[in-house]
Design a protein around this ligand. Structure first.
Ligand SMILES: CCCCCCCCCCCCCC(=O)SCCNC(=O)CCNC(=O)[C@H](O)C(C)(C)COP(=O)(O)OP(=O)(O)OC[C@H]1O[C@@H](n2cnc3c(N)ncnc32)[C@H](O)[C@@H]1OP(=O)(O)O
Length: 215
């Protein structure tokens, strides 16, 4: 298994990365308890969208959630200086926004990631919400561009074809690559499949290299 790092062979003009802060992977993945915290918060999200407790239990849960927020609030840090999003050894890089998937391949030929859509990703009738697939693909395309050594880019467009209902709690695979490079433009594509290769969705996107200072 190839581990994703921030170090990869880069195109010569990589450092022209627009106005983006330069991120470094957190070598400790947020320390010994961070992964556990993020996983517990995801489980809370699963339960928050799928339980119907009595009012007194909701009141108790609200108090505990408020206490947790108050505990963490004094430690707010600037972008790029907290472990969320930089803990490349954790599912979803330790970010609650990202899908909690695990990168299995990360090199110039492409990126592959595996995982499940959880209860809190449900749209309707037991299937994944249509909005979480673009999130999965967009983050994958960012990683593909990064792994290919292309300078920091933003998504110009992202097109998703929904081919089949995407199930929850089922191991899935998403894999993509750079198809073509044309100056600042990187054309990428990817497929979301079941382990037996059944196609659930595919996507293509245009990633555009930021100009120096571009936000
Ligand atoms: C710790 C380690 C972690 C590492 C992991 C990293 C993973 C991170 C993952 C996170 C990843 C998250 C990623 C995200 O989510 S990025 C967030 C989502 N994207 C945005 O917010 C982007 C907003 N848009 C812009 O900022 C500008 O429009 C950009 C910068 C994209 C281009 O504006 P700019 O003024 O600079 O350029 P241009 O307009 O001259 O265009 C340039 C060329 O491109 C062509 N063009 C443009 N648009 C389109 C279009 N829609 N269809 C077809 N073509 C299009 C255009 O014709 C021209 O072609 P040509 O005439 O030259 O041939």
């Amino acid at each position: 298994m190839q581990v994703m790092t921030e170090h990869t062979e880069r195109d010569g003009d990589y450092e022209h990365h627009g106005g983006f802060p330069v991120y470094a992977a957190d070598p400790d993945n947020g320390g010994p308890h961070f992964g556990r915290l993020v996983e517990a918060l995801r489980t809370v999200q699963d339960l928050a969208v799928s339980t119907a407790p009595p009012p007194e239990v909701i009141a108790q849960a609200a108090e505990q959630a408020e206490a947790l927020a108050a505990l963490l609030a004094p430690y707010t840090a600037p972008e790029g200086h907290y472990p969320a999003g930089r803990s490349v050894g954790l599912p979803g890089r330790g970010s609650l926004l990202m899908l909690p998937w695990t990168v299995e391949k990360f090199d110039r030929t492409g990126v592959r990631s595996t995982g499940v859509f959880r209860r809190y990703h449900m749209g309707g009738n037991g299937a994944a919400h249509g909005g979480v697939l673009p999130l999965l693909f967009d983050d994958l395309f960012g990683m593909i561009t990064h792994a290919a050594g292309r300078p920091i880019s933003r998504t110009g467009y992202l097109h998703v074809n929904y081919r089949k209902i995407t199930p929850l709690e089922t191991p899935l695979v998403v894999e993509g690559r750079v198809d073509r490079v044309d100056g600042r433009k990187t054309f990428v594509s990817a497929r979301l499949t079941e382990p037996d290769g059944t196609l659930l969705a595919d996507a293509e996107a245009l990633m555009i290299v930021l100009l120096p200072g571009q936000p």
